[in-house]
Design a protein around this ligand. Structure first.
Ligand code: FAD
Length: 471
């Protein structure tokens, strides 16, 4: 029987482990933290009984994931739950823009820009389910459905600001801008539209659900598949050198390129080592979790019903904030992402005290406390929030790497989403999961298709590892 070790138990590591175990490989997962899950964990961060997602909150890519579907996570306890409004974007002195799964209803809500929104997303969101395997994988590949894929891919080559120019109203531009800003890139950069197009398209195709009981239940389901297939997991053990795991036939590393270098740099071919050393990390994040009595008092009704609220004002304001963090300057009004998972999943709340999840985009390694800036931004659209807060928890860019060392300088996306790294990550190669060391593969979100709880990096890396075993 072949043996495999997976270092790191994030969603990608566990997906790779579960797939390998199902193929009859004897799999061991080794995790540095005491708890499995990496960026998909849930904890009582503020008050007993109030469940906060430590990192990932909203799962359009999880519900769309071919890997999770193949593993049958719903038979292992995972349940997706959808809020009434998928995404809302409050604006000064006008109604919030909002998105629901139906393109038609969203278009109606966008008034003058409804036709432009439908033209942009109706057809591609209908073809998204059939294209997901191709989209959620290396961009450079031989396409199975070239024309349909091109309809999705070509608009993604644009900058977010060029893409947004098709909309005439501030509401539609901001709604798209909030999705595009998930890339952490300057919104004028080439391909900075890509993540926004993918997020809105997946949102229209599958909605923006949360996982019942918290994002931890995604990794708990993966663990259950793995254990059922005979795999084992060791927690509380950090692997610091490849020699600790060299008895295994294959090694998969759910690590940032920096972590791979730390573990195996001296054994990597020089060209791969220098490519990993040149890998660019992106801006940082500052996380603020709140326990809020009665929930956030948003002025706008759509925000009160939305699972995801993008707080940052107009497209131009978002673009200025994102440019600023990329230049290393903390903006006065940062882009803030808010999630209200409890609206779809009341089991997260304790009575009338609800968990509210928020984080701001900040410069890489920003040492300051961004809580005040985050609260100011939310209060701009929800006056009175501060009086309702009964518990808080923060995690700064300096604390993120203590939680998970993949987050270099607080970069939760584990790599800048520059055009180059969107196409080729972690290095320019047609074999992105290979580290250049025979039998050693990288499977983290630093590989295609990049960030998100979807397990697809692990899926492709496991496939690559199985081909290595068969060779
Ligand atoms: C604040 C925040 C919000 C997010 N929001 C969303 C969201 O709403 N939706 C979404 O889909 N995604 C979101 N994400 C992104 C998502 O969490 C990641 O894309 C995903 O977790 C990546 O999975 P992974 O398996 O690549 O690695 P990770 O989840 O980073 O897991 C890597 C694991 O490896 C372990 N490890 C590292 N080094 C070692 C070592 N040397 N030895 C042993 N173990 C080691 C770490 O402890 C960690 O458990 C968010 C992330 C953060 C931080």
């Amino acid at each position: 029987m072949s043996t495999a070790v997976v270092v790191g138990s994030g969603p990608n590591g566990l997906t790779a482990a579960a797939l390998l175990a199902r193929k009859g490989v004897e799999v061991t997962v080794i995790e540095a933290a005491e708890v499995i899950g990496g960026g998909s964990r849930t904890a009582e961060l503020t008050l007993p009984g109030v469940l906060h997602d430590s990192c990932a909150a909203i799962h359009p890519m999880g519900v769309a994931s071919p890997a999770f579907e193949q593993l049958g996570l719903e038979q292992h306890g995972l349940q997706w739950l959808w809020p009434e409004v998928d995404m809302a974007h409050p604006l000064d002195e006008m109604p919030a823009a909002w998105m629901v799964r139906s393109v038609e209803r969203t278009a109606e809500g966008l008034g003058e820009d409804g036709t432009a929104w439908s033209r942009s997303f109706d057809s591609i969101s209908k073809s998204f389910p059939g294209l997901r395997e191709e989209i959620l994988g290396p961009i450079v590949h031989f396409p199975k459905q070239p024309l349909r894929l091109a309809r999705f891919g070509l608009p993604s080559l644009k900058s977010a600001s060029r893409y947004a120019a098709r909309f005439r109203t501030e509401r539609a531009r901001a709604l798209f801008g909030g999705a595009a800003a998930h890339s952490f890139s300057p919104l004028t950069d080439p391909m900075s539209a890509a993540i926004g197009v993918a997020l809105v398209t997946a949102g229209h195709a599958f909605g923006l659900p949360v996982a019942r009981g918290g994002s931890q239940s995604v990794v708990d389901a993966l663990e259950s598949v793995l254990l059922q297939a005979g795999g084992r997991i060791e927690t509380g053990r950090r692997v610091s050198d490849l020699s600790e795991v060299e008895d295994f036939d294959i090694v998969l590393l759910d690590l940032a390129p920096a972590g791979v270098l730390g573990l195996a740099g001296s054994r990597m071919p020089p060209r791969v080592r220098s490519a990993y050393s040149a890998y660019r990390y992106g801006p940082g994040s500052f996380k603020l979790d709140l326990a809020v009595e009665g929930g956030v008092p948003w002025t706008d009704e759509a925000c009160r019903k939305a699972g995801t609220v993008h707080v940052g004002g107009s497209f131009e304001e978002l673009a200025a904030a994102e440019l600023s963090i990329n230049r290393g300057v903390m903006p006065e009004r940062p882009f803030v992402l808010v999630a209200q998972q409890y609206l779809a999943d009341p089991s997260r709340s304790k009575g009338n005290v609800h968990p509210v999840w928020a984080y701001a985009h900040v410069p890489a390694g920003y040492p300051g406390d961004a809580s005040g800036a985050i609260l100011d931004q939310i209060e701009r659209f929800a006056p009175g929030l501060r009086e309702r807060i009964v518990g808080t928890f923060t995690r700064s860019t300096l604390e993120f790497p203590e939680y998970n060392e993949n987050y270099v300088d607080g970069d939760i996306a584990v790599g800048a989403n520059s055009a180059r790294q969107l196409v080729f990550r972690p290095r320019v190669t047609l074999d992105p999961y290979s580290t250049g060391i025979p039998g050693v593969f990288i499977c983290s979100q630093a590989t295609p298709p990049g960030g998100g709880v979807h397990g697809m990096c692990g899926w492709h890396a496991a496939d690559r590892a199985i081909r290595h075993l068969a060779a």
